[in-house]
Write a new protein. Structure first.
Length: 228
């Protein structure tokens, strides 16, 4: 699913200007409340091109709150003009550490079809899947291209391949492309294989604060941020 934010392209602002507060306990765990579920909304147009430290025009971040229209979030000031995948992950950790429940949408797949788990004898457990995937596809390494792992130059990707004919139920019903269908127009394969290790990164750095939907459960606890 691709998250579109109408009108977002006509606004820009610096990365530290969206800040609101919401209480958590001393452990940083989510507290229940009767307010609307989220204070802020962040949409990320993702790209699996080049490396995690490459400045990519295809990586775009937009944000809104309950009262304002979406605006584009520029990366922190540096020599790079555009966001990097590493930069987005680190920025999200900063944003989601704040006491302000936030809904984050990222437009790459968060998991693989069931056939992948069956073929590679993996338990249908999402945290374990992320660990296993990153072990074989270390696409979060600073100088790593997805294609380096695909062609066997690095990692152990040959042990965790899938067929472009495999699709999840949602992809079949939506007639979407497979997460293993590389080198075609509109592919999601490269962005997914580049992005999955960064979901693991977020999960490791925000263990109590963020609900990864739907893998942490269908119901998002009140006061929690969510990544979908």
């Amino acid at each position: 699913m691709t998250l579109h934010l109408p009108g977002a392209e006509s606004f820009v602002f610096q990365y530290d200007e969206i800040k609101r507060t919401k209480p958590t306990n001393k452990k940083g765990e989510c507290l229940s409340n009767t307010d609307p579920a989220f204070d802020r909304y962040i949409g990320i147009d993702y790209s699996g091109a080049e490396t995690p430290t490459s400045s990519l025009k295809g990586l775009r971040v937009y944000a809104a709150d309950r009262t304002t229209a979406p605006i584009e979030v520029l990366p922190p000031p540096s020599s790079r003009k555009y966001w990097t995948r590493r930069g987005i992950a680190e920025w999200l950790v900063e944003q989601l550490t704040e006491n302000s429940p936030t809904l984050v949408g990222i437009d790459h797949s968060f998991s693989f079809p069931l056939r992948y788990f069956e073929l590679h004898h993996l338990l249908p457990d999402w945290p374990s899947f992320l660990d296993d995937f990153q072990l074989h596809w270390p696409t979060d390494d600073d100088h790593m291209y997805v294609d380096f792992v695909r062609n066997g130059s690095y990692g152990k990707g040959e042990e965790r391949m899938g067929s472009p004919r495999w699709r999840r139920i949602a992809e079949e019903r939506a007639r979407a492309k497979s997460v293993f269908h590389f080198d075609v127009t509109g592919q999601v394969a490269k962005s997914t294989h580049a992005g999955l290790p960064w979901l693991r990164y977020l999960r490791q750095h925000l263990p109590e604060r963020v609900h990864f939907w739907p893998f942490d459960g269908w119901d998002i606890p009140q006061g929690c941020s969510a990544v979908v």
